[in-house]
Design a protein around this ligand. Sequence first.
Ligand code: NAP
Ligand code: G4F
Length: 348
Amino acid sequence: MKKALITGITGQDGAYLADFLLRKGYTVHGIIRRASTFNTDRIDNLYKDPHDPKAKLLLHYGDMTDGTSLRRIIEKVQPDEVYNLGAQSHVKVSFEQPEYTADVVYMGALRLLEALRDYIEVSDLQVKVYQAGSSEMYGASKPPQTETTPFHPRSPYAVSKLAAHWLGVNYREAYGMFISNGILFNHESPMRGETFVTRKITRAVGRIKLGLQDKLYLGNLDAKRDWGFAGDYVEAMWLMLQEDEADDFVVSTGEMHSVKEFAHMAFKLAELDWEKYVEIDERYFRPTEVDALCGDSSKARKQLDWAPKVDFPTLVKMMVDHDMELAKQEATLKAAGHEIGLRQLKQS
Ligand code: NAP
Ligand code: G4F
């Protein structure tokens, strides 16, 4: 029975990956941050009381900024596979909190790799590591982007991810560690954080349709992204660690759409005209934008036998359907007198 350790288990990908690995029979250990409110919503459905001998999902308090906690957890868990997903993953926020972003994303990866290097040396056990790299690392490089496209990061987040990527390459070459870098293009789902553009749009569609919101304020509508489904992408992460040798892989659909196209399709599904509701707010523009990302994932398709299963229209519909249901629940609560105005403040 294999043991996996996931940093960032409470995030979108962490939740899909935990579910995927549990179904494969793994015991899954996750690192969670202490918060004053519950932050385990996305994995609550997978969680059993740890006193239950059948519990296969176990959580540990830790933080990417706290190397001691990472070391302690690794020594305790003795994982076969480590998936490093923990990150301040919002590009716009990284311009406002560059130091923190670098601390979590780059220094966090360094702390984790150093703890693993020592653990592997002392235990003489093999540990396979997945490092969550990003298509943001390509930044200004024109599409289609492949594993050999030059990197040109355009935000503190992307620079930090690129540094973590190169750490993975360096530790592989210097110490023979098994570290595979996934270069994942945007992937979304009904569990996507509500401040990323796709989910911000689908949440607004549901709320506008039910009269809970009047307008949707967005930034650059012309940016183009290669959007896939998170459930498909976690399979690629796992496949990378089933290889005999570590390597770097682009994971993408190979199809590109603009933010405008996403909005148009999402509003249309709810029989709404997006142009009546979407307004531009300069606050959502970035000091340096990434105009166009579209991945060529031929290598992953050939070597890992991976392919995305969910196409763009299905993804948009999946998210709109989910958020329409959520809006109905909100409307029911509102009708029963519960105040929900604070939700609007969560948009960014
Ligand atoms: P996400 O939803 O933002 O989740 C990030 C996770 O990292 C959350 O569990 C979060 O915990 C945790 N985290 C944040 N700061 C931390 C810290 N200081 N210490 C420990 N954990 C911390 O991101 P995602 O979309 O699942 O993405 C997963 C990973 O893939 C990230 O590294 C992201 O940068 C990368 N990536 C994502 C995409 C994409 O399109 N989704 C594409 C390429 C790469 P809380 O829940 O407590 O906040
Ligand atoms: O949804 P986004 O915030 O995602 P972004 O910046 O592409 O980053 C996501 O994908 C990366 C992979 O390429 C990950 F590494 C990263 O962690 C994250 O998951 O923005 C997408 C596009 C941008 O061009 C942005 O300028 O949408 C544009 N946009 C327009 N209006 C907006 C908004 N983005 C956000 N978040 N909010 C807006 O109102």
